[in-house]
Design a protein around this ligand. Sequence first.
Ligand code: SF4
Length: 364
Amino acid sequence: MKYADEFRDRQAVAARLATLGEAATRRWTIMEVCGGQTHNLLRYGLPQAIDAQVELIHGPGCPVCVTAAATIDRAISLAQTPGCLVASFGDMLRVPGSSLSLQQARARGAAVQLVYSPLDAVALAQREPARQVVFLAVGFETTAPATALAVLQAARWGLTNFSLLVAHVRVLPAMELIAGDAACRIDGFLAAGHVCTVTGANVYEDFVSRHRLPVAVTGFEPVDLLDGLLACVRLLEARRPAVANAYVRAVSSEGNRHAQAIVEQVFEPCDRTWRGLGTVPGGGLQLRSAWSEFCAERRFGAADGEAADGDSRCPSARVLTGQMRPTQCPYFGRECTPLAPLGAPMVSDEGACSAYYRYGRVYA
Ligand code: SF4
């Protein structure tokens, strides 16, 4: 497969592993922020292969996993409201709220529909004018432009039965929180390549100069991941905190200006509760006042208070902040599996617990 096979090539991987072995004079602690990267690192056995040079800490980079239980509870209550239908992505439907997931609520009669894009939800609202369609909007900076486009499309069509329950999160404020923690023992970060296609690599410059921690913009295939790790290790060995772009085939310094402008037009940063991290200052997006007619919480009311973060047994906060590996959780693979998840990280394809369940049970 063109543009994939060459980045999974065994010889290319072996060459990079050898170079990494030569480049590292000690074992460095590096956090990959993105859950998609966590999955591929484990899928290709890279944590074991680089264990002598790099201790990987898996960050909170799964937007589905960090969606607060209160938001899911609110989505469920809307889906149970006569005349309302809640639409969202497949992963989102399975994430537990404080007592139920949207999927479980649907089995009990709530109006919930899986969609593949925000524009599908807009089309749904156009087809069903008698229903209020609420799109539970989730994702990082990568998916926010598509949600912003959905708002613009709904406005263009004059839809009064489409709204958003916004759970979009922003990566950089979460990295700020992690790096600013006095207990942080991370030497460097791998930044999520797909997020950087929108934001650009330069967005990390200020972070790097303030925290004196290098950031390597990194892709998702084994060769990409090793290139990112190698770039980060070289900066660490040189004692040179800087931003390295190891994903130049997809990421530019400035990012996608058009996508940034659309997001800027529709959304503004806000504080957001991340499951496991608590309130992240500036860690979310909310609709600007000019678009508040599309805000589901304005139209139907906000959630009642704070819900507990799902099943109280689940120690996902420690997993999402890199303090504990999923395999160290007493429920991992026993009471908690992808078919019967106790916590969100076991649900999503990008969740760390799900990644370990699928690929990494030997890497404890
Ligand atoms: S294995 Fe399950 S219970 Fe344990 S932290 Fe992960 S999601 Fe939570």
